[in-house]
Design a protein around this ligand. Sequence first.
Ligand code: NAP
Length: 509
Amino acid sequence: MDGTSPDFTPHGKHLIAGDWVAGETRFTSEPAHGPAHDYSVGTPDLVDRACRAAEDAFWTYGYTTREQRAVFLGKIADEIEARGAAITAIGTSETGLPEARLEGERGRTTGQLRLFASHIRKGDYLDIRHDQALPDRQPLARPELFMMQRPIGPVAVFGASNFPLAFSTAGGDTAAALAAGCPVVVKGHSAHPGTGEIVAEAIHAAIVACDMPAGVFSLIQGGKRDVGQALVQHPLIKAVGFTGSLGGGRALFDLCAQRPEPIPFFGELGSVNPMFILEQASSARGEEIGTGWAGSLTMGAGQFCTNPGIAVVAKGAAGDAFVKSAAAALQDVAPQKMLTDGIAAAYRDGKARFDARNAVRPVLTTDPEGRMATPNLYETDAENYLRDQSLGEEVFGPLGLVVRVSDRAEMEHLARGFEGQLTATIQMDGGDAEDARRLLPILERKAGRLLVNGFPTGVEVADTMVHGGPYPASTNFGATSVGTLSIRRFLRPVCYQNVPADVLPGDLA
Ligand code: NAP
């Protein structure tokens, strides 16, 4: 626990361009523990007000210097830290996540904000290009050309339930958009409205301290689906950053595509993150890999988009040892509280889907109750897996499926059959290099991040990180939602032809 005060009682209002606004109707939060609170339900009218203010703010904020925005991002991080204990208290109450996890996530959130501050100070992200004028070129002279990335305008952000800080109100999407020079309108996640409110309070304090336009940030609480729909359809919104489920993401993505002016929808959706265990690794370390896999599969009650839900291993004794040790480790995992009643119900439904399949064999089955998750493990073979694509759909929670293959060729065939993924993992030893070289080009076409001899849970926030991948892992394979490259989502290249130096934007002059 840090030295700040843990006291915070949410007032339940929206933050619209600097004003705390109460709605006419309220919804009640469903915390994992502690008191429930009432929150204002968002409305399309409030969405309109926030988007108009964001557009007004863009004419100032979009033209601030990189240094001004870097100072602002740093100030948001400071204000979050100043409320550290209160954020942890309300966050743990709403989500059931342990204190240490919330504190770690807060560090990641402030770290992201500061990383973006230093990233924009360096300026490389502007990707400035210059073609000199060639007045004597024949048959045609060439004018002087500059190119630079510019912010796109107001951005809508939808946070995820499972990262109430790092992928939510002041999370990676918000940090990237603000760094780029784009005002942000956040649709608060109804699983953690109080955490959203206190983080919005921190952003508001930074706006005032840095004398930024009030419309640069708004938070509209949810409570009804029409808020999110109105937000992605608002004509002043120029892009959407979304982290959440495939169903929700696809619905909002389709709305963006159907707009009179379609806009990019950067949705980071679910994934089963397959892990391929090669022959030598399986013989030498099958048991150890089984234990490690079980740990990754159950971390945070399995509520990670990078949860490695599927393991692929050969039939035979070495593969059996992997399955046995994974099952033994899973058996020892105590029940864990899930983020919401809805997510817990979806987990039970996902398990029931597996139980109903003749093509899968239960290895370890448990009966999760209420909001508690307990691990489940199933096994099938490649033929059955490829025949029933629903086995490749994500079950959000600690459920694992082992797919047994006959040989290397079948493993490669299976790998080709996977849909787009956030990550793919290879477990290999020295003698597996030839097999790994054959598998890697297949997996490159499937996933945004490829790992060897590790587990995909735990995403480094770095310049090289790619948290994205081909659909359905994300709706835009050219983008990442983690790391500094994520700023590119909210920028647009503009070419300046023959523009005098004293008219060019500051970064080019
Ligand atoms: P979710 O149910 O899709 O909700 C995400 C946000 O979208 C919420 O604000 C929700 O509003 C809104 N929403 C969902 N469907 C909507 C619709 N049809 N119309 C309007 N708004 C809609 O996802 P979640 O429960 O937060 O997260 C769990 C899922 O997210 C898992 O599948 C997980 O794998 C995935 N996830 C992916 C990543 C990644 O980086 N790829 C990271 C974390 C989680 P309400 O608040 O009203 O529900």
